[in-house]
Design a protein around this ligand. Structure first.
Ligand code: C2E
Ligand code: MG
Ligand code: MG
Ligand code: MG
Length: 281
């Protein structure tokens, strides 16, 4: 951008960088304080079987309930938490919250035998934390049967460290945890690699669903991912379903699982337990 519009913009650009670095320092201190104050929490977004309207599980999504600034979204703090590796203690806190909440739902009799609470895991947590040990310890501590837990990993991580990823995934699977590939289709996967991993689910990235039915290419890609999932024996869940047309298209293509604003945005646990219009427990 600076190149395009000349020197004045360049000055502005450096100022912007300085500003950002300063903000980052403040933010890092704030992250440390927030970990101690336990300000991180989870919202939950239903994952629906579109044929029946039944909730099959939820995705747990991080929120920062900042004492002065209100709710801060993950896009605003996860990247810095990853850069500073603070995602490790934050990720452990969030995993424990997800397990405690799911255990409470199970104890209330709300969850069927195939219920999944899906937790997002970033590459840093896999390469710089003993994720297996963390998951094992937290499920033990909270008393949650690990069968109710799903971990969402991204393509990029899996493909960058295939051997390490494979070993970790095998161990996690032995605990009974299921594994999903998040944002599928936007990273670089080798399809032949994919089948070597003990995966359970592909989550079609929201960008392919967003412009259905106007974008024919996106519809073709979505169909291709569904065919791929079918031939590899993987479940496919569509992310970001926002309207009935997208829902009907997906159903017509044999995609039954979805998440998106059409059904519900991510909400606090208590909100999810109130009667809902478009889905049921
Ligand atoms: P993600 O894992 O792909 O999560 C889906 C995101 O799409 C969520 O944004 C969700 O609110 C949003 N979404 C769901 N349905 C719709 C829809 O119909 N339309 C639109 N426009 N958006 C929809 P959110 O909660 O802001 O999270 C953003 C990203 O932050 C997540 O993307 C994930 O990559 C990351 N993230 C969230 N929580 C965690 C966490 O606990 N740990 C880690 N490592 N990353 C997290
Ligand atoms: Mg996710
Ligand atoms: Mg996603
Ligand atoms: Mg994402």
């Amino acid at each position: 951008k600076a190149k395009e519009s000349g020197r004045n913009t360049y000055t502005f650009y450096t100022t912007e960088i300085t500003h950002t670095l300063f903000e980052k320092m403040l933010m890092e201190n704030e992250l440390r304080r927030a970990i101690d104050a336990q300000e991180f929490t989870l919202f939950y977004q239903p994952q629906i079987d579109m044929r029946t309207g039944k909730m099959m599980g939820v995705e747990a999504l991080a929120r920062w309930e900042h004492s002065g600034m209100g709710i801060i979204m993950p896009d605003k703090f996860i990247p810095l938490a990853e850069g500073t590796k603070l995602i490790i203690p934050i990720g452990r806190q969030l995993l424990e919250i997800a397990c405690v909440q799911t255990k409470a739902w199970v104890d209330k009799g709300l969850c069927g035998p195939t219920w999944k609470t899906a937790v997002n895991i970033s590459a840093i947590q896999i390469t710089h934390d003993d994720l297996y040990e963390a998951v094992h310890a937290i499920t033990q501590k909270t008393g949650l049967d690990p069968h109710y837990l799903e971990l969402e990993l991204t393509e990029t991580y899996i493909m960058q460290n295939p051997k390490v990823a494979r070993a970790l995934m095998d161990k996690l699977k032995k605990l009974g945890i299921t594994l999903a590939v998040d944002d599928f289709g936007i990273g670089y996967s080798s399809l032949s690699y994919l089948k070597q991993f003990p995966l359970d689910r592909l989550k079609v990235d929201r960008s392919f669903i967003r412009d259905i039915p106007e974008d024919l290419d996106d519809m073709a890609i979505t169909k291709a991912i569904l065919a791929l999932g079918k031939s590899l024996g993987l479940e496919v869940l569509a992310e970001g379903v926002e309207d009935a047309v997208q829902k009907e298209f997906l159903l017509s293509q044999g995609c039954f699982l979805a998440q998106g604003y059409f059904y519900a945005a991510p909400v606090p646990a208590a909100t999810l337990e109130k009667p809902q219009e478009k889905f049921s427990w």
